[in-house]
Design a binder for this molecule. Sequence first.
Ligand code: SAH
Length: 248
Amino acid sequence: MDLLELIIEYHKDNERQGPGSQEATLKALGYIPYLDEPTKILDIGCGTGGQTITLAKNTAAQITAVDMLPQFLEKLMKKARENNLLDRITAKEMLMDNLVFEESSFDVIWSEGAIYNIGFEKGLSLWRKYLEDNGVIAVSEISWLTDTRPEEIEKYWVNAYPEIDTVENKLSVIEKCGYSSVAHFALDYECWIDNYYQPLMENAEAFLKRYDYADEVKEFIEQGKIEADMYNRYKDYYSYVFYIAKKE
Ligand code: SAH
């Protein structure tokens, strides 16, 4: 069994596939004007659609949600159906670095816990053309909260994601890519633990059992535990930060 299959199976029944919360989505939405009008939102790397449903319930927008994994999109569409939102949400299987849309087709681009897959700078640059003039992007990205930090956590995250950087430097990247920053805020402990690591850890034992404690599954679960442990020990030094910015 390959790693992608493990990722899909371990994450698909969770509400979220990355740190976040309904409150954080709503806070970010609060910085975006005109959402009571029929605007168009593109939700990139939507996963099983935790934030997609929040966006649909709290705006009048038409939402296009894209992800590369059909297994996650199916879960999103199930939630859309249950919430009577099928007329407002369209799911599309698509790669985030190979989006197939007309230029200037969206008022808002949303992306929670996903842009790192192609890199923050690349994502911001590639996606800009799909926004209307004065369109807004809201994207969460792992960032250092302090100028310096213990070596252990520095090494861990630089190895996992070399583009991790300070909030100040992320804001510079935003400007460099042709946006002006509107607001930013860090995701709190609840977003990371209650909504992300905790449900995964609760499922770990059953998941191991299901795969008969195979070595590669043990290793996969172990890596997850290490990541959660790092967060518990070093949460003062990093978080996902939500960045809201306007196309210039
Ligand atoms: N926004 C969701 C999911 C975040 S996890 C949430 O916050 O809960 C990141 C998501 O990006 C996953 O669903 C994964 O399938 C998707 N993804 C990863 N690489 C991708 C790519 N190259 N193109 C499209 N989607 C991708």
